[in-house]
Structures are given as C-alpha cells and as structure tokens.
Design a protein around this ligand. Sequence first.
Ligand code: HEM
Length: 465
Amino acid sequence: MLHFPVSTPTLNTIEEEPGTPVPKVILDVPGPSRTNEIKGNIQDIGEAGSLHKYLISLHRQYGPIASFWYGDTQVVSVADPDIFQQQMHMFDKPIEFNSAYMPLLGDESIVYAKNARDRRQAYDRCFTTDRIDIYCPIFQEAAGELVRKWREKTEGEQIHLNTDMATFSLKVILDTFFGDHFEQEEVVAAFERAYNVCWCEMESRIVEDAPPRGSDRHTKFEEAITTMKNIIKSAAMTRELTLMEGSEELLIDVMIEQSPNEEHLFADSLTYAVGGYHTIANLLTWCFYYLAAHPEVQERVVREMMTVLGEAGSVSSQNVKKLEYLMQVIQETMRCAVISPWASRYDRQDGKLGVYYIPKHTPIIQALGVVLQDENYWPDPQRFDPDRFNTATAATRPAFAFQPFGFAGDRKCPFDLFTYVETTECLLSVLRQFELQLVPGQDVHRVYGLVTHPSQNIKITLKQR
Ligand code: HEM
C-alpha cells in the first residue's frame, strides 16, 4: 500500500466551480450556425479531419476571432497574437475540450482539478532551470543507447524515425519522473503498448463519440488503463522503498506528497506522462526529418556544435542557449510541424476579447497552430527556414506570434526548457556520429491530433561521419 500524507492539500478559494454551465447563445462573434441541434459543428470538425484544420477554415472565413458550436455549447476561437495577449490572466481550462482525456486521466487530473494552481506550483519545483541539469545524465544515457542501436545498422539500412523516437522519449519521461523502476525494458514496453491503445482512443474522441460500453474497443481501452495504473503503482512503491535521505526529489515524490489517494496519483502521473511522451517523440521525428531533407541546415548545426561544444561536450541548461542556430532549427520545426495545435481556457469574469463581449465561462480555444502558419507573420508558411528565428527577423514579429507551449495564466507548458535540452542532447548525439539522409520517394503529410504526427513512419538512412 502506498503511504499518502494524512493532510489533504489546500484548495484554492474559487467562487465559481469549473464546469458551471455556460450561456447557450452568446453575442455577435461571427461564425457558422450549428449543423446539428445536439452535436453542433462536431460533424464538421470530423469532416475537416481535425480540430486544427477546422480552425484554419473557420478563421479564414470569419477572421481572427470566431465562434462555433461544440455540442450545445458555443465556443470562441482566437487566432491573433494581440488578442492572445488579452488572455494572459486566464488560468482555468474548460471541460469541453479536455473531457476526451477524462476516461483515461480520471476526475482528479491537474488539467481540470479545482486545486490545479497549488499542484502546478508544487510540481513546477522539479523543473526549474537548475533542476533540469539533474536530468541531463538521463538524456545522455537514452541518446547513447539510441546511437549504439543506430551504429549496428549497416550503411543504407532504413531507420524508422517515429518508432525509435517514441522509444527514446518514453524512456526519458519514465526515468525522469519515476526513477529506477523503469530500468527493465519489458516494463517500459508494457507501458508503451497500453499507452498507445489509450492515446488512439483519446484522439478519436475529440472528433467522434466514445465507443459503447462492452464493445471490443471500450474493453481494450479499460484494460490498457488498468495496466498503466498498475505499473505506476509499482513505480511509486519501488520509489518509496528505495528512497534514501539526500536523494534528489523527483516528480513522483512530489506527486505522492500532494496526493490524498491513489486515484489522484494515477491522474497526475498519467497527465504528465501524456504531456511529455508524444510531444517530444514527434518533435524529434520532425526535427530529424527536416534536417535530413535540408543537408545545408544539418551541416550548419554540426559546425555550430563543434564550435560551442567541441568533439565531446555535452548539453546543459546553460550552454544550450549558446547553440543559437540549433535552437532556431527546433523552433522552426515546432512552427512548421505545429506540434501542439491549440490550447483552451475560460475566464471566471465577463470580459472583452477584441471588440467582442465574452460572458464568463465561455470556452475559448487559443488557435496556436493557426497563428504559427499565418502568412502575415510567416511569409510562405509551409517553407522550412530556421532563419525566420534569427534575432533580427524575430524582432519584426509580435511576440505572441510564436507560442508553441501556450502562454496564459502561469499555466503554459511547464516543459519548454526541458524540451529544448532533451531534444538538443538527442539531436547532437546523433549528428556527431552520423550524416542523415532522407529515403527518397516518401510522401509525408502532417496528421493533426492532440499532437501532430507524420502520416507514415518517416525513413532515413545514416552515413558514418
Ligand atoms: C514539443 C514539446 C511540447 C510542446 C509543443 C508542448 C505544448 C503544450 C501546450 C500547448 C500546452 C497547453 C498550455 C496551455 O494550456 O497554456 C501544454 C501543457 C502541458 N504540457 Fe506540454 N508541450 C511539450 C512538451 C511537454 C513535455 C516534455 C512535458 C512533460 C514532460 C509536457 C507536459 C505538459 C503538461 C503536464 C501540461 C499541462 C499543464 C497544466 O495543465 O497545468 N509538455 N504543453
């Protein structure tokens, strides 16, 4: 049995409960009428192929602030850097767009919990700038394993990027969050299998109904959740048994401290694992893809690495900032691939966005990805060009035109620095050893879900440097 603290964590003083019903009809924000009385425009979102694609056409037609119907709730979507800035005070997330996660994460997840602010602050102390360096040896070990695996390939043998990046990313997340329990490969593999079942299910539920109880799909989903919870429970128990005085505090330690019961612990452990796994796996996949497709960019990254780090230097939270061009490559990859297409909020007060009055509790989509592809800020937006992020060019854009990690209410993604350091370590470890080449004839498209992934497993080959 896990030992939870006897005191319950403090609740925020909240005057209005999240999930309070929103008004059924709002104002004059332009947008389509609902195509179905009960489902609103959900079918249109499904037909567009994803919420992101729906938002692109919505904003193209109705402008930077537009509305649509998600079921019987009217939603406002914003795709404008200046109007983003007007939302800086908003902390709470609406249930509508996060309910797809609920069957997996449970009712207690930090994503929609009442005491989210306290928990966010507690967890954030594991990911401050000086704490990131504690995780660097984990990034190095995982990158070393990847390089060893790739060294065994014969010249010309194809690498399946998505698969190898998923393995890399999961290993890092589990080791940094939970400690030693995930040393055994079969535990990681069992977690990965169960996770993939759940992830597909959640992505489907943004654009279509959940499968009926008792159906094969539903049963598989429930089984996968149980598997993951059992693994997390064992990881927490292992951690409690092996924790010694003076050990570095890990996320799991803070979660145990903050959780009044097991469900709470499962909810936040899964929330953080979900947050970190596919995002970095896909970011790395897209980075390697663009580097392989642009040999001149690849060579410039290698030259910069040799100047800043020399033959064998490793990455830290400090020297990562000196690798300016590589940072530009990672940023341009996040922009081009639209890794995380949207965030969401509601305000506890009535207010204004742009010229429109917005009643409190109205769900608001922050269409981050629409802005990342807006040609007003990114000429020829489909073209991959890391020089868009050099200091001079970046200064010509509004700051809120590039917000891949969200921005509002002290609740943007807590992992921006973690992401840059982990990604840099992986890319440089590989580039130090190999020249990357794209296997010709691949027709790669972006598939926009909760995280954007390529339409197929991208294939590259390696040449020893
Ligand atoms: C490519 C890298 C990543 C991108 C583009 C990304 C993007 C985002 C975005 C857009 C949000 C919503 C922010 C908001 O609502 O304002 C978010 C939240 C979150 N992300 Fe990330 N993320 C990345 C990496 C990570 C990693 C590595 C982790 C964990 C290790 C993580 C964990 C989380 C968590 C837990 C939240 C929810 C925070 C809360 O609700 O308080 N993310 N992320």
